[in-house]
Write a protein that binds this ligand. Sequence first.
Ligand code: NOJ
Length: 737
Amino acid sequence: MKNKLLWFATIALLAACTPAKDSTEQKIDNLLSQMTLEEKIGQMNQLNGMGLSDDLTGQIRAGQVGSILNEVNVDVVNELQRIAVEESRLGIPLIIARDVIHGFKTIFPIPLGQAATWNPAVVEAGARVAAEESAASGIRWTFSPMIDVSRDPRWGRIAESYGEDTYLSAVMGAATVKGYQTDNLANPTAIAACAKHFCGYGVSESGKDYNTTWIPEVQLRDVYLPPFKAVADAGCATFMCSFNDINGVPSTGNAWLNKDILRDEWNYDGMLVTDWGSMEQMIPHGFCSDLKHAAEVAANAGVDMDMMSYGYTQYLKTLVEEGKVKEADIDNAVRNILRLKFRLGLFENPYTAKVENPYYRPESLEKAKQAAIESAVLLKNDKQTLPLKDVRTVALVGPLADAGVDQVGTWCFDAEPEHCVTPAQAFRNLEQFNVIVEPGLTYSRDNSQQGIQKAVAAARRADAIVCCVGEEAILSGEAKCRADISLPGAQTELIRQLKATGKPLVLAVMAGRPLTIGEETEMADAVLYHFHAGTMAGPALAELITGQAVPSGKLPVTIPKMVGQVPVYYAHKNTGRPASNITMIDDIPVAAPQFSIGSTSYHLDAGSQPLFPFGYGLSYTTFAYANPVLSDTVLTRNGKITVSCEIRNTGSYDAYETVQLYTRDLVASLCQPVRLLKGFQKVHIKAGQTATVSFELTADDLAFCHSDMRSYAEPGDFQVWIAADSQQGIPATFTLR
Ligand code: NOJ
């Protein structure tokens, strides 16, 4: 009896100490307990939409499908959902997915352009509009944000990234997640975000898509993983495996990445999906012998859902029977999938309600225009050419002047060019001046010379030229990598001939990546750089050119002088021989002895600097930065210091300035970059006025990953800058004790 009492008491105590499962987890367990192995595997299967084909509806009815991607007809979505909910044995709803990358119908600037705004509120607003429009079509899951830190402009997917910096990518990624998901995924206009591509895809060798990567773990933890950790902390509902292998292991089969880091270190309880066919692609990678082996490897690496390899549906059951995959691991995967469906409220609300006029709402278009305005980076403005003044007639030329399909950029499956407002359309509506539209080249790769003369003739009749050059949408994005990142076609020749007219020449660049436009920048009086700016690119350009809006964008990525400099990024290491004593190739004396020149770290033909550095961007006004002031010269391990700076608007326009905080660890047990971005603020300063901008720094902000994979700051001296870009400013110094 005494023993029995003791036993009851122990059980009661244990029950009291075990945290009660929340109701969602209970519902998941309950549902899971009713599922057959086949039904569990069905949930792990994502298929491409095929309308209401018998094949697809049959599989849904049989409980063999967990998710569908690329179905955007809301009536079809609702019917597929009805079959899942009413006709499958357990009535588990589907989740419908789509690549909504920078807008569904109303297209915002490509993510690289959004990053150029340095304004997370604008990025969040863009994601919100994308979510509202796509949710109205039944989509509740998007494969965005792409937070691959990207330092190679040859890589077409740099367009989809937030650029080269870890911190900026983390901030923008988290803002995007918030915009898609809101604070409550069950909100019918919320869509689940997907952090991709986990991980290191931006490091693809030679900027060639799908290529291999070799990334030391220290660098992975310092540079490439933090944006993923940031979005996981921001509640990002799903993650996607990357196509690449890291250090020989494809991400889809990488248990260290997907289990040890994602689940064990970060406690992530969202869902992990493969990329399209990336399970099957472990065969050509040379990592798996066949699809059955690939399914086994992916399942054991903690991958929850198979996008389009059919590996799980074909082989998981046998693999469980053979003891190669544990059913408990399948249960975990299905838990993650069901958790997502519960969080989205799909069990209560599986259907998509009709929404009145969800697309192209005036307020959405206005937000898209604002984003496009803020994303423009003014690279050059000699003699205050911009905004155009005292101009009666403008020649609007160049292949991007009237190309709606191209100004939206990559990944716009659902964009409708007829809804895009091009520069030609927007300029024609301007009252300030007359416009002659004469593109000169019909598309960016056009090599014909015939049209150039017409454009030149138009330029001669005008007081100023606005020349829209760049890349067509099809030249960037997935699988659109370039080894030569100069302006394609005869665009440079067009610019040369326009320059010869002697008229003020403004280049409006619209591209999916940084382009090597050194020669063209030399020829132009002003250069305004837009990463493909979306539906409202035209009105945004018109407002900027006329001075109704003042440029405030800053580069989220370095623009190289020439492609051979790549990788070129601001956060490089100093090396033992930092660039100095630069002698350029044409200045080397003939038969010069081996060590008579240079002997420091630079290229003979490019020098040491890029064309434009990370963080760079001009305004129509000018800003003068005072030296930064520190609240203390000593930072203690648990303390903080404040760094402040006075910034005066010394020009004649009220304007926004993006103020950037950088630090450098001067001596460390692992060499550290010459600068690292640690914060930024976008402040509005009226002409003639001064703003004081302050940032706080703690030891955590100075931490880096050590050889034992632990991250902490080392005591010692640090420099800190508050500056207009990654190359300007005078540093202050403090010591961490
Ligand atoms: C392949 C791409 O890599 C990925 O980013 C995208 O989300 C999927 N395809 C689905 O279309």
